[in-house]
Design a protein around this ligand. Structure first.
Ligand SMILES: Nc1ncnc2c1ncn2[C@@H]1O[C@H](COP(=O)(O)OP(=O)(O)OP(=O)(O)O)[C@@H](O)[C@H]1O
Ligand SMILES: [Mg+2]
Length: 264
């Protein structure tokens, strides 16, 4: 996608103040100024649970920066298919909120969207701080997350791994990057939980994991290992189909579980 010819149909807005901010030290490109204005440049992608928009943030007389704004849906019929197993072991403090969620009232839906956005923001902040290849989480505002935009300065988003047809050398390199990323998560006790060639972006030869609201705890969540096993199977299937002489899924899974347990 290129920068959209006609900006999205909303006036520029200011959103830094009042938002929860990402971890420090912030990357240099982040514009943390309450005078900066955000312009919505249009939809990058509509997903099952969220829409991702391209947003430009700038101060007058500067180039500004691009961000991906991920907005979890609040008020339509879509329910979060991920609510089932991922939530085990997580508690919600306020029982009134819990009841609202159970009733799936509008308030409950807003809460769920905000909860998923908050979960993704927290996971990205922690993983980014550990040095994992994830987009820098700039800010959180209700059900909207602003992320580092992965793509070209003209607004062309980085392709998903699923769309890439790498040459053998690059394929092997991407696989090494992926295993290193999964190992780093496992070392911290986590699995992505919804890993697939659709939730991995490739930008200028570097791979980035996205879509992390459901990060699972490998030790505390009894279903954690099951999610990791599925993550391993999903990505190995793709790499093997592209011709990589990849290890067995069970082998990778065992390695990563060992990594998680060793550092617990
Ligand atoms: N930081 C980013 N930079 C560039 N593009 C992004 C970024 N984050 C998300 N996207 C684009 O938006 C799409 C949807 O993002 P994401 O997977 O996080 O949301 P989702 O609602 O879970 O979508 P889906 O249902 O397709 O998995 C991604 O596949 C990618 O194309
Ligand atoms: Mg996704």
């Amino acid at each position: 996608m290129r920068l959209i010819d006609e900006p999205y149909d909303e006036p520029p807005f200011s959103s830094w103040d009042g938002a929860q901010h990402g971890p420090e030290p912030r990357p240099d490109w982040v514009i943390a100024d309450h005078n900066a204005l955000d312009t919505d440049l249009g939809v990058l992608k509509t997903g099952k649970e969220a829409d991702v928009h391209l947003v430009h943030r700038g101060l007058p007389g500067t180039d500004g920066c691009l961000m991906a704004a991920k907005r979890y849906r609040t008020t339509d019929h879509r329910m979060f298919h991920r609510d089932a197993g991922y939530q085990e072991g997580r508690r919600t403090r306020r029982s009134r909120d819990t009841r609202a969620m159970a009733r799936r009232t509008e308030f409950g839906r807003d809460l769920l969207a905000g909860k998923w956005a908050g979960a993704e923001f927290a996971a990205l902040g922690e993983l980014w701080t550990l040095g994992a290849p994830v987009p820098y989480p700039v800010q959180l505002n209700g059900a909207e997350l602003m992320l580092e935009f992965l793509g070209e300065p003209d607004g062309t988003a980085a392709p998903r791994l699923a769309q890439c047809r790498p040459e053998p050398d690059e394929l092997a390199d991407l696989f090494d990057q992926l295993v290193a990323a999964m190992r780093l998560l496992a070392h911290a006790g986590y699995a992505h939980g919804d890993l697939s060639p659709y939730n991995i972006l490739v930008h200028r030869g570097r791979l980035t994991l996205i879509d992390l609201p459901q990060v699972v705890d490998l030790v505390i969540n009894p279903q954690g290992p099951g999610f990791l096993q599925r993550d391993c199977a999903n990505v190995l299937k793709w790499f093997t189909a592209r011709g990589l002489d990849a290890p067995e899924a069970d082998h990778l899974f065992g390695d990563l579980m060992a990594e998680a347990v060793a550092h617990w």
